[in-house]
Design a protein around this ligand. Sequence first.
Ligand code: NAD
Length: 443
Amino acid sequence: MKVTVFGSGYVGLVTGTCLAEVGNEVLCIDIDEQKIAMLKQGEVPIHEPGLDALVQKNIAGKRLGFSTDIAQGIAHGLFQFIAVGTPPDEDGSADLQYVLAVARSIGKNMKDYRIVVNKSTVPVGTADKVKDTIYETLGERGVNLEFDVVSNPEFLKEGAAIEDFMKPDRIIVGADNPRTTELLRILYAPFNRSHDRLVAMDIRSAELTKYAANAMLATKISFMNEMANLAEKLGADIEQVRLGIGADPRIGYHFIYPGCGYGGSCFPKDVKALERIAWEVDYNADLLNAVERVNNQQKQTLFNKIQGHFKGQLAGRTIALWGLAFKPNTDDMREAPSRTLMEALWKSGVRVQAYDPIASKEAQRIYGSRQDLTLCETPEAALEGADALAITTEWNVFRSLDFEGVKTTLKTPVVFDGRNLYDPGLVASQGIVYYSIGRPTVA
Ligand code: NAD
């Protein structure tokens, strides 16, 4: 089948590449000329495991192409996927300008029937706006063409995006007629073989499903962080509590890890957007407000511990930071807890020596001009001459700590662990003062 994908970011590029991989002819359109020039050469501008090889393979197989030519994109695919960004507006609501710009382009250029498939995360009612925008533009042209709009939110996780797309937990298809659902079922059949994972529903429910899923996950994290903060005050160990509650299958072990807060391009933005959606229909989303508040506080927690340890005397110190990405296996630093920590440290006159296996280039792009940030080539180099080590991302490479190296390289042997990577007793037995989340500090 012929497929066009608008937006070649994390979602659009993975969608386009995976659809090409199973034999479709895919054309990816983006307005970013530099990005498209890179992609045409088989260079992938983001870090996503396995994506480079898959892009190159499908370009070579002539199933995957890239262009900035919007009209060409609309002429190409029966399916017109929208996978552009929906960043937060000033009031927290999702900014729909990019989605509606694509809708306008489709209305301006389409010559026969098209299925517009929205993959971007958008408020309930956006499909109606997309429809109205296309009708309006068709009206301006004085033509009457048939089209359908489908909501098909994406659930891939950065760092495991290919796997998630190829073997999805579910494929949500919100449509207002069975014929369009059937066409999407055919398109998704290669990813839906073992047992039926396609959940067909009405459009508004599909749009809300995406926000509800992210809000639920964010709630789990903030809940665990609240319990962790309580555990600290009560002298309990949240890791033992985690094991204790996870054993109940109604709770389960997944996604109940305490830490230094959630970040990334989705949870913070989607929780805010859902709060705003609720507000617009006169509903006060108390729980969501609290989830966001708890997370904002949690992102300060490592800084508070560092400040407490050094009794507020931070100016002139150096902190080694392991982990810049908002989670492992990605270079994405949007809303990352590392950023909150670094920015608080800089405000207090602290220098940061940071190491991340992948995200240093991204950190260079965001903070390159700062004199108080050194990006290091190895974890060990970040420790050189630092007063303490802080950890904000649970990269595998950090999981087995070289206690002797840490102790002899740091000026004072202190570790602030935002991801509970180590056994507190073991770290303390090596002569290192160890702060973690929701567990007693041991020295
Ligand atoms: P991104 O910022 O990485 O990419 C968006 C791309 O769209 C950019 O390359 C931009 O240049 C392009 N673009 C903007 N306007 C365009 C236009 N008119 N025509 C063509 N291209 C255009 O964004 P992303 O992370 O891929 O997210 C896209 C959407 O998917 C968002 O709504 C997001 O919430 C949602 N989502 C993201 C993830 C994730 O893990 N990143 C997961 C699920 C859903």
